[in-house]
Design a protein around this ligand. Structure first.
Ligand code: GDP
Length: 445
């Protein structure tokens, strides 16, 4: 996600970092590079213009000329302006005073509405809500079944027209779903509506009719981030045709360049509320502008990583790991193995890298580590004796051969792993001494 943009901006800043005072020419050159990076990321032209004008104006001002480290100050400004263009604060759902809170989804076919209904349902249920999904997409033959499948996976009930009861009127289905919600104490109703392949008047009218019938508390426009500039044009068309309160951006896991995320707020005046980052139900979260900016600038998104870890791990595991980190005992191969097991539980390794500070630059190396490699590493460590795990320094040539045979790997892999472990151990020692290696602006860089 946003990799090219992130790479470009990181390299702009690395050349800036070597400078002490910034001349007018330095500022202009930096602004030019940022401009190119944004255009390449498919950010809408008016947004790029505004962004650059703001960054330039601030970069010429006192906050930079007086700063001890002017380059760092410029990065700070870019970070703040990115947060701003992404919407500033995280926008939360506005719940109705009198339930049910009605959330209506609108967007083109294939944008990811039905999937999003399931994700949102599961997410809300996880926060002690009792959502109801409503199948008001009666256009596509399979839409109702698809929502029922998604609902089942998300363990959220679905309200749909009775089969065999004629085609059904989506406005009527939406209206009746509110009665159903009251009867069965659903505090949130999520209405999935029909989309078309392109912007279409009939579709807009139907969505507007549903909207008028149920007066939603939130209309969410769902849009595929991968369609780049088209996302912005579609967003504008839906704003005129149906109107909406906020945006849910889907498919941010793909090769989305960032254009949609960085343009929509500025062009439509509507905030991005949710980000969807995969086909699985829990690839979904509130959109946090601050964390997103941080990821784009390769400053890491440790908060999301921690939250994900909290959702994934048992409290006991987290406590044990925290104890390992805090204790004076040295980091052992067993700790290494346990840590690796925890990392694997979090999901495919590639998804995690973007969340770690400074990892952007290492991602090519790290991307070559896949889950299969982790299986081999686990096998190698498991083939070691307790004494070897405790003190890998004793692993000599004959031991390496035995371990390689026992784990079905090569001697070279065993040596490589031991070397990597010593590096990790060194890093852990530094961390325990309060020097976080690789963190921008921290000692140890
Ligand atoms: P709808 O027509 O708007 O209801 O769209 P669907 O929910 O049917 O989604 C269209 C396709 O996009 C499906 O194949 C989904 O699995 C896929 N999809 C939805 N959201 C995401 C996402 O965040 N990432 C990825 N990679 N695929 C997604």
């Amino acid at each position: 996600m946003f990799e090219t943009l992130s790479d470009r901006l990181t390299s702009v800043f690395s050349s800036l970092r070597s400078k002490g005072r910034l001349s007018e020419e330095d500022i202009n050159a930096t602004a030019r590079e940022i401009r190119l990076a944004l255009l390449e990321a498919d950010v809408a032209l008016p947004v790029v213009r505004d962004f650059i004008a703001k960054v330039k104006e601030r970069a010429r001002g006192e906050e930079v000329s007086r700063a001890l480290n002017p380059a760092q100050q410029v990065i700070k400004i870019v970070n703040e302006e990115l947060i701003e263009v992404l919407g500033g604060e995280t926008r939360e759902i506005r719940f109705a005073k009198n339930p049910p809170t009605v959330i209506m989804l609108a967007g083109l076919q294939g944008a990811g509405k039905t999937t999003l209904a399931g994700k949102l349902g599961q997410w809300l249920a996880g926060q002690r809500n009792t959502p109801l999904l409503v199948a008001a997409d009666l256009q596509r033959p399979n839409a109702v079944t698809q929502l029922q499948v998604v609902g089942e996976r998300a363990k959220v009930p679905v309200f749909a027209p009775e089969p065999g009861n004629g085609v059904g009127d989506p406005v009527e289905v939406a209206r009746r779903s509110l009665e159903e919600a009251e009867r069965n104490n659903h505090n949130v109703v999520i209405i999935d509506t029909a989309g078309r392949l392109g912007v279409d008047e009939e579709m807009m009218r139907q969505a507007a009719d549903i909207r008028d019938a149920v007066s939603p508390d939130e209309v969410l426009f769902v849009v595929d981030a991968m369609i780049g500039q088209d996302a912005v044009a579609t967003a504008q068309a839906f704003l005129d045709g149906v109107g909406y309160d906020a945006v849910a951006l889907t498919k941010l896991d793909g090769d989305a360049r960032g254009g949609a995320a960085l343009s929509i707020r500025h062009i439509t005046g509507r905030p991005i509320m949710f980000a969807s980052t995969g086909e699985k139900l829990d690839d979904f979260d509130l959109f946090h502008p601050e964390r997103m900016a941080s990821r784009i600038l390769d400053m890491g998104d440790v908060l999301t990583l921690i939250e994900k870890a909290q959702r994934t791990f048992e409290e006991e595991e987290v406590n044990r790991m925290a104890k390992t980190l805090a204790s004076d005992d040295d980091f052992t191969l067993d700790d290494f193995l346990e840590q690796m097991g925890m990392v694997r539980k979090l999901g495919p390794i590639g998804n995690l890298l973007g969340m770690m500070p400074g990892m952007g630059q290492m991602k090519d190396q790290l991307a070559s580590v896949d889950d299969k490699d982790l299986d081999r590493i686990t096998a190698i460590i498991r083939s070691m004796t307790p004494a070897e795990r405790d003190n890998p320094k004793i692993i000599n040539g004959s031991r390496r051969l035995r371990i390689a045979n026992g784990s079905g790997t090569e001697v070279g892999e065993v040596s490589g792993l031991v070397t990597r472990f010593f590096e990790a151990q060194k890093m852990m020692r530094q961390m325990k001494n309060g020097n976080m290696p690789g963190m921008p602006g921290m000692p140890g860089m």
